[in-house]
Design a protein around this ligand. Structure first.
Ligand code: PMP
Length: 287
């Protein structure tokens, strides 16, 4: 089926949607993005994603191409036009397409930001069988830039990390800086030890995951103890459980790190419970 996508104010078949070769997203990775999940035809935590998007734009001094309400309306319309029950909406904003390539930012009065949205249909997203068996990760050095809190489209290194994992027969990579885990290639990383949920604190070193915020809130509401601190790969390997969170995988158990089984290589009770709570609670506020 041909998707209907959104490009700069127009809903178009994906085959007719076009962006300039001078677009700064294409030439300079000068763009930000968000991925919002759809469950039961509704948007999960749209508010959180819209707020982080606004922050990313502000941090990069980039114009906002549309108001919150307009963005919500576009998301909803794409869900409807493409008949999405379970899946994702990808949104990207770039600094636009000036009439030539230049390192200097274009004048925002004459160069408007580019706004693109498209849907990804993923039936079975919530009932993902991978969550039953968990994933295997390898560790790789974190050589990304210093503003990982901004959700930019500079995804080459995370993409390379995923390929290194694949080559090693694993599913994903955890990145390590100065001996401590920062995050997964496209998710936040956690361990569980003696009932405590341990995850790196927020800073410019990691993306401030929207799913992370929700999961930590739900964990605390369920009287689980949360500790925000950095940890090493060795500590993670010796933990009772490990897991990752992201908008499209929710809570995903990790059962192996660099070849060492975590929690006997089985999905643990905390990750399992948090996945259930997250799906249940976030559906209640889906819009
Ligand atoms: N860290 C990184 C590097 C990511 O790319 C993502 C997903 N985009 C996350 C964490 C998780 O963020 P969220 O829960 O908002 O999807």
């Amino acid at each position: 089926m041909t998707r209907t996508v959104f490009v700069n104010g127009e809903y178009l078949p994906e085959t007719e949607a076009k962006v300039s070769i001078f677009d700064r997203g294409f030439l300079m990775a000068d763009g930000v993005y968000e991925v919002t999940s759809v469950l039961g035809g509704k948007l999960i935590d749209f508010d959180g994603h819209a707020k982080r998007l606004e922050r990313s734009l502000n941090e990069l001094d980039m114009q906002k191409p549309a108001e919150f309400d307009d963005l919500l309306e576009i998301h909803r319309k794409l869900v409807e036009l493409n008949g999405i029950e379970e899946g994702m909406i990808y949104l990207q904003i770039t600094r636009g397409a000036p009439d030539d390539r230049d390192f200097v930012f274009p004048d925002p009065e004459t160069t408007r930001p580019t706004l693109v949205l498209f849907t990804q249909n993923k039936p079975g997203l919530a009932a993902n069988p991978v969550a039953e068996r968990g994933i295997k990760v390898i560790s790789v050095e974190d050589i990304r830039w210093g503003r990982r809190d901004i959700k930019t489209v500079q995804l080459l290194y995370p993409s390379m990390g995923k390929m290194m994992a694949k080559k090693a027969g694993c599913d994903d990579a955890w990145m390590v800086e100065d001996g401590y885990v920062t995050e997964g290639t496209s998710n936040n990383a956690y361990i569980v030890k003696d009932g405590k949920i341990i995850t790196r604190g927020l800073s410019n070193d990691i993306l401030h995951g929207i799913t992370r915020a929700a999961v930590l809130r739900f964990a605390q509401e369920a009287q689980m103890e949360v500790v925000e601190r950095a940890y090493t790969i060795e500590e993670a390997q010796a933990a009772d459980e490990a897991f990752v969170t992201s908008a499209s995988t929710f809570v995903m158990p990790v059962v192996e790190i660099d070849g060492a089984a975590v929690g006997g290589g089985q999905v643990g009770p905390v990750a399992k419970r948090l996945r259930e709570i997250y799906l249940e609670e976030s559906l209640k506020t889906a819009i």
